[in-house]
Design a protein around this ligand. Structure first.
Ligand code: MSP
Length: 521
């Protein structure tokens, strides 16, 4: 029976256009989804757009258009971006869809039936930009003395009738849950941050608004719309068919949930690691297995912001550098979980130094040699020498190392493990010098060429989650059949076969900035 894996991106606010921050989260989830599919899991990968709330209503009002029209336009931008980025999502959810309204209202009723919702009056601070309530004690002062949220967002005083979720009651159950599930939140620093936040005490949470109407109406009291975060978080189960608990809910959100993980940015950890598990506990539904928070990108050393106008359009990056080049750079440049900086120098360095020189050349050199000197036929190997065994052993050891890193969401570590073998293979070429063996020892040359082909087969199969188009081209050049490219094919039984006719090789990773090369894949 195949193993299930459910992975979600945050759903993106449609008040603005997508930028590289959004592209980053989505690409990272795509890498995880592709890796698990290749590793034999039955994967469901969800992304989508967060369309309700005051922020979106305000953005529409500022533009003088109806909120639904703004949502339709901008949601499409995110959907198009997923396509441009080669994202393999299985579903795209929009919170203005009927299926979602149904799920939110069902969850609300279930919470109400379990005594987890009360009616009262909210008086406190709210930041529309963060769609978050803040306690007076959390606020700081801006340059002109105005009150600001800890994120720097302006806050406004809100006083209105509101439904409440008794979050304070869930403090101890949450702490007990974190104690029993130390892997619930990654990286560890975020776990510690959440733990001390909850330990410091929790305020009851206002979960409905009456000041505007752009949201899911509260069942039985449509004067209220649901707080946008309870609406947004519910998307993760809407897409599994909730409130129907028989179909995908049973498979991808099972009891004691060892299957589902959410990837989020570091700014929205509290919502996913405190509010969401508390809502689910109160509803008596299973909790996700893991929430992993990544860091934030700056651009050429600067924070991206609307006022600086420096938010980068990911479509432009794909156009300029190539899709696989962008995907590789983002996953490679920074340890997943840390902040990082996007710069032209950094991406150009990775493209030329690593993809073109180290990996691309490794394949290109021996494949063109086979094309030119051996009529494009992969030779049969002779007896293996220790250097051959050593390189092939490194290849066979890779999958276990990559799996281990993937399960820690250490995406750059996966690449680093693969790159250790790329470097070893380049070292092997230098020492074995197959081109020189042509005259002196053709039998040995054949073995070396064969070992290189088998090594590159491993590398290309494992690189597929990161650079799907280029890895596929590399596997085409090795004449590896399309149905023989999963991780199950990394075994010896599926090794390259001497005598295989290889197609005419072409470069897979062009250099950036080389006028002859054109852009990447
Ligand atoms: N709508 C909410 C999420 C609801 S999930 C139930 C939201 N949307 S968002 O569009 O503002 O942000 C989506 C994601 O983009 C967040 O995970 C956020 O961390 C990420 N990023 C926004 N700017 C970013 C960078 N500069 N760098 C990396 N990621 C960034 O929050």
């Amino acid at each position: 029976m195949s193993k299930a894996f459910y992975i979600t991106t945050p759903i993106y606010y449609v008040n603005d256009k997508p930028h590289i921050g959004h592209a980053y989260t989505t690409i990272a989830c795509d890498v995880l989804a592709r890796f698990k599919r290749l590793d034999g899991f039955d994967v469901k990968f969800l992304t989508g757009t967060d369309e309700h709330g005051q922020k979106v209503a305000k953005a529409a009002a500022d533009k003088g258009i109806a909120p639904q029209d703004l949502c339709d336009q901008n949601s499409q931008n995110f959907r198009d971006l997923a396509k441009t980025l080669g994202i393999s999502n299985d579903d795209f959810i929009r919170t203005t869809e009927e299926r979602h309204k149904k799920a939110c209202q069902a969850l609300w009723k279930r919470l109400e039936d379990n005594g987890a919702i009360t009616l009262g009056k909210y008086a406190g601070w709210y930041a529309v930009r963060d769609e978050a309530f803040y306690d007076e004690s959390e606020l700081t002062k801006g340059p002109t003395g105005e009150k600001l949220a800890p994120t720097g967002a302006p806050v406004e005083w809100v006083e209105e009738e509101s439904y409440f979720f008794p979050l304070s009651k869930w403090q101890q159950p949450l702490l007990d849950f974190y104690d029993a599930n130390p892997d619930f939140i990654g990286p560890k620093s975020r776990f510690n941050e959440v733990y001390s936040f909850v330990k410091g005490g929790l305020n009851d949470l206002s979960i409905s608004r009456t000041a505007f109407s752009w949201g899911v109406p509260v069942p039985g009291n449509p004067k209220h719309v649901m707080y946008v975060w309870i609406d947004a978080l519910t998307n993760y189960i809407t897409a599994l068919g909730y409130p129907d608990e028989s179909g995908e809910m049973g498979k991808f959100w099972p009891k004691d949930n060892p299957v589902a993980m959410h990837v989020v940015g570091k700014d929205i950890v509290r919502f996913h690691c405190v509010y969401w598990p508390a809502f689910l506990m109160a509803a008596k539904l299973p909790l996700p297995k893991r929430v992993y928070a990544h860091g934030w990108w700056t651009v050429e050393g600067q924070k991206m912001s609307k006022s600086l106008g420096n938010a980068i359009d990911p479509n432009m990056l794909v156009e300029k550098y190539g899709l696989d080049q962008l995907r590789y750079f983002m996953m490679r440049e920074i340890p997943f979980g840390n902040d990082g900086d996007f710069s032209e120098a950094a991406i150009a360095g990775r493209i030329n130094g690593e993809l073109a020189n180290a990996f691309g050349n490794l394949a290109q050199r021996f494949l063109s040699f086979i094309g030119k000197n051996l009529g494009g036929i992969l030779p049969e190997p002779g007896a293996l020498q220790p250097a051959d065994d050593e390189l092939l052993k490194a290849c066979h050891g890779l999958l276990a190392q990559c799996r281990d890193a993937i399960d820690r969401q250490a995406l750059n570590d996966v690449i680093e493990r693969i790159w250790e073998v790329v470097r070893a293979a380049n070292g092997y070429v230098d020492v074995q010098a197959p081109w020189a063996l042509k005259k002196t020892d053709p039998a040995r040359m054949n073995t070396v060429l064969y070992v290189l082909a088998e090594c590159v087969r491993h590398l290309a199969i494992l690189m597929q989650p990161f650079v799907p188009t280029s890895a596929a081209k590399m596997l085409d050049q090795l004449a590896v059949p399309e149905d023989a490219r999963t991780f199950a094919h990394l075994d010896k039984a599926h090794a390259m076969k001497g005598g295989t006719a290889l197609p005419t090789p072409t470069g897979v990773f062009p250099r950036y900035g080389d006028p002859k090369a054109g852009k990447g894949s």
